[in-house]
Structures are given as structure tokens and as C-alpha cells.
Write a protein that binds this ligand. Sequence first.
Ligand code: G3P
Length: 215
Amino acid sequence: MKFFLDTANVDKIKYYADMGLVDGVTTNPSLVAKEGRNFEEVIKEITSIVNGPVSAEVTATDSENMVKQARQLSKMHKNIVIKIPMIKEGIKAAHTLAKEGIKINMTLIFSPSQALLAAKAGARYVSPFVGRLDDISHIGMELVETIRGIFDNYDFNCEIIVASIRNPLHVVDAAVTGADIATIPPDVMDKLFNHPLTDIGLAKFMKDWESAFGK
Ligand code: G3P
């Protein structure tokens, strides 16, 4: 499973990229707004750090302007993937753009039928939002399982990005389910490392070494 970072924070991206843990990056308007920086400048900087797909989202909600924005954004770097919301106008835009060879990440996917439509229209990625489904008492990961089953039945050239990840178990479950990608917020990435027994074990190794050989 590939690891994407779900952030527009370049320091966090650099930090985990140095560990070889970043196969790509996803952003959205909320994440970019949080950084308080110029959108295109941030996206450009991310493409200079990560050698993999970088999702940048359109803010238009009609297909004509989505296409315009997408063409503009995709000129910035060969690794730019255009994130488009899963609405009818978005599907129309995705279809036009896919025919031009522009890669689309269909976002705000909350049902199997939406994922199927996105793949049929030519999207290169679908982003089911597991955390937001969990938030309303639906099991988000069941959606990922269903989409996996559908995509395995056919030969869509469409990868599943598990999005709206809120905890380390979401990442593990995404891998168990056979999702292609998990897009992980930095705080969750950090939690993936932790285990109290690792800390206790290391402290004991250090203490034993010190008592035998000194500092
Ligand atoms: O980028 C889309 C997605 O990962 C958003 O997550 O936590 O805002 O539901 P969240």
C-alpha cells in the first residue's frame, strides 16, 4: 500500500519524505487554507519535495470552470493530480480531462455507486472518506471493501485512496482491505510509530548497557 500525506504543510511533508514514507500528497481547500499561503506556491513547493502524485483540488462547482482550473493547475507539474468533487458536474469535467490525459482524483466519495461512476468516467483515483462516515455511525471501511470488490471484478485503471483517516487503525484496516493508497494526516502518521513497549524496551537496553559499561 502506498502512503500519501494528507496535508499542505511542507515542513511535515519534508519530515516524513526524509524517512522514505511519502509516495504522494493530497490536499484540499481546507488544508491549503489552514496554511495561510498562496495555493499555487504551496503546490509547486510540494512537487519539488515529493516525487509522486500531488493532488490539488478545483474550487469551481461547474464543469466548464472545473476544466479550466484543472488545465491551469496541471500545467504546473507533471505529477499534479486534479481533485474533483463527486457531483454530476464533476463527473462531466473528469471525463473531459481524463480524455486529455489529466489524472483525476474523485473526492468526497461516500457510496459504492459514486466510486463506480467515477471509475467509469475515467478517474485515475477515487477517495472514499472513511472518517466522515464513521462520524455518522456508518462503518467507513466497509465502503472501501465494497469498492475493492467492484474494482477487482473489472479492469478499471483506478486506484482507491482511503481518505479522511483519523487514527492508526484506519491505516492498518486500509492495508488489510487491499486499498491501493492511504492518505494520512501528519498527526496520524506520527501515531503509527508509537508503542509503549518499544519505549520501555529501549530504556531498559540503555540502562543495562550503562550499568555494565558506563555512559
Ligand atoms: O483530503 C480529504 C480528506 O482526507 C479529509 O479528511 O478529516 O477532513 O474528513 P477529514
